[in-house]
Design a protein around this ligand. Structure first.
Ligand SMILES: [Mg+2]
Length: 223
C-alpha cells in the first residue's frame, strides 16, 4: 500500500478504525537506536523520559549535543531497515485485528525517510496505509474518522499525541504503549481517559473490548 499525506486519500470500510503510531509502537525504536549509537561509541542511558542529555560518549562520558543528535538520528532513519524490527507481537496482533477493523499508520518521522519506512513495513507484511506527517495528530485522526458512527482507537507512546487526539476526537479510545522496557518507568503517568497497555496482546484486548461495547450500545439504541 502507499504513503499518503492527505487523510482524504485513505479508503476506509464500514468498520472500526485503528490509527497506530510507528516508532516504539509498531516498530522498536529506542532499543535499535541504542544499538546504533553503541556502534558509534555512544550509549543511550535510561535516566529520564528524553533522548537529549541521556546520550553519552563511551570514550569520554561527554553528552551528545543537539546538533550531533540530529545528524545521528537522520543517519539512523536513513538506515532504519538495518536496525528497526517490529515490536513483540505487533505483526500478528495487527493482522488479527485487521479482520475486523481498518488499520492506518500515522508516523511523524521526517518526510525524506518515508520511502525506506514503507519498504521496511512491507517486508514485515505490514502493508497498511501510512500517513507521514509532522503536523499534530489530532486533526489528522479527526479527518480520517470524519465523525462516522463507528468505533475509533488511537495508539501512541507520546502523551502529547494522545492528548491532541483526545481534543479533536473525544470519542476515540486512547491507548498508550511503548516497546522499550528500560524507558517505560520514566514515561509520564497517563492522564485520565488514556489507557496503558502493557503489550500488543493487551492493546488488542482493549480494542476488541471497546469495539464490542460500542457495537452492543448501537444495537441497544436501534432496538
Ligand atoms: Mg512513537
Amino acid at each position: 500500500m502507499s504513503v499518503v499525506t492527505d487523510p482524504g486519500q485513505v479508503r476506509l470500510g464500514e468498520r472500526p478504525l485503528i490509527v497506530c503510531d510507528i516508532d516504539e509502537v509498531v516498530l522498536e525504536f529506542l532499543s535499535p537506536l541504542t544499538h546504533f549509537l553503541r556502534s558509534h561509541n555512544y550509549d543511550l542511558l535510561p535516566r529520564s523520559f528524553r533522548l537529549h542529555g541521556n546520550i553519552v560518549s563511551l570514550l569520554d562520558g561527554s553528552e551528545m549535543s543537539h546538533e550531533q543528535f540530529d545528524a545521528f538520528e537522520d543517519m539512523f532513519f536513513e538506515r532504519q531497515d538495518l536496525w528497526q524490527r517490529p515490536a513483540e507481537r505487533a505483526v500478528e496482533t495487527l493482522h488479527a485485528l485487521s479482520a475486523e477493523a481498518d488499520i492506518v499508520f500515522l508516523t511523524a518521522m521526517p518526510p525524506r525517510h518515508h520511502g525506506i519506512r514503507r519498504k521496511l513495513l512491507d517486508r514485515f507484511d505490514l502493508s497498511f496505509d501510512m500517513i507521514a506527517s509532522e503536523q499534530p495528530k489530532g486533526p489528522i485522526v479527526a479527518a480520517l474518522h470524519d465523525r462516522r458512527h463507528l468505533p475509533v482507537a488511537f495508539i501512541d507512546d507520546i502523551q502529547r499525541n494522545l492528548l491532541s487526539v483526545a481534543d479533536h476526537v473525544p470519542e476515540c479510545l486512547l491507548i498508550t504503549m511503548m516497546a522499550n522496557a528500560d524507558f517505560k518507568p520514566f514515561a509520564p503517568a497517563p492522564v485520565s481517559g488514556i489507557l496503558a497497555a502493557s503489550d500488543w496482546s493487551h492493546a488488542g484486548d482493549l480494542m476488541r473490548g471497546h469495539f464490542s461495547a460500542m457495537a452492543s450500545k448501537t444495537a441497544t439504541s436501534l432496538a
